[in-house]
Design a binder for this molecule. Sequence first.
Ligand SMILES: Cc1ncc(COP(=O)(O)O)c(C=O)c1O
Length: 357
Amino acid sequence: MVRRTKYLHWAFDHVGRSELDLAASGILPFGEAELPPLEGPIDARAYGTLVEAIAAFNQAPEECVVPTLGASHGLFVAMSALVSPGDEVLVEAPTYEPLLAVPEQLGAKVVTFERRPEARYLLEPNQIAAKMTDRTKLVVVTNLHNPTGVHTPLEVLGDIAALCAERGATLLVDEVYAPFVDLQKPAYASSAARLGANVVCVSSLTKCWGAGPHRIGWVTGSGTAIDACRTHLVTTLGHLPVGHAARGVHIFRHLESLTARAERDLAKKRDRVGAWMASRKDLSWSAPEHGLFGFATRTKDANEDLRARIEKGQRERSVLVVPGSFFGVKNGFRLAWSLPLERLDEALGRLGEVLDA
Ligand SMILES: Cc1ncc(COP(=O)(O)O)c(C=O)c1O
């Protein structure tokens, strides 16, 4: 049975529908006019060319990548390939809800481990080790962490991969936001894919390059794990449509201009948000060093579930952040700065009114 993800259904109904949107977690989608038109007729070779482009982007052999429809489909393919009913899957908390919903749907027992606010939400291998059992099949983390934006260095992920290897588990890293660490570097520079044969990574062009609507994603891995992902894709879809593949190849060819676009969009906003957060004595901020969102918890009235207040703020003041309850933290919210710089101060001002009302 498919489990309904409360967050995604809420996001479809709310995100992008406010005058001042502090909720959208990626670079806003580019318009058709921002890229040259798609070249030439689309032929059957487009899929192979997309595989080559993803492999080149990840500096991985072609047999180590499987294209997917965004990272969402990548997560589904990877988890379907790696998890059987009754397995234990260990997932970080707070978390992006599909990371819980997909393994639950596959019949796994989902257990969470905490990314502790007092440790600035950093991944702590001992927190993971403490929750592992003989039945732990998969450990799932995000990098950058959704919702706090906190970055985990590859050395720490390497320690977690080694820990998983000792216990016969696979580490799944959702790195859909990882390239934000340095958009000038190719994806492999920020990827955990090389940290061990038991590491599988999922990513896409959605968040960092504004290509969300085009659903260009992938899984990377090696050996039997990536073979199982490919088998899953072949069994369920054959392969992805050549029209999708041609679009993906086109976007990869124009990634340089999309990188420049993303860097323009990111400029100057994090510091402004940081200064605003510092001015709010009622909020504690995750203070991410990369990317375009972070997580605030409200220390005042810490038992209040902020969702009703946030939704009222959208109705009455047309400003929106994502309620923390969707990530498992009721007195918090995720704040993203994908909106234009010139609207940011106004958006923060209105959010302040919502919090103070
Ligand atoms: C952690 C994480 N993984 C995956 C996704 C989905 O990415 P895509 O749009 O590429 O399917 C999101 C979207 O919000 C996300 O936050």
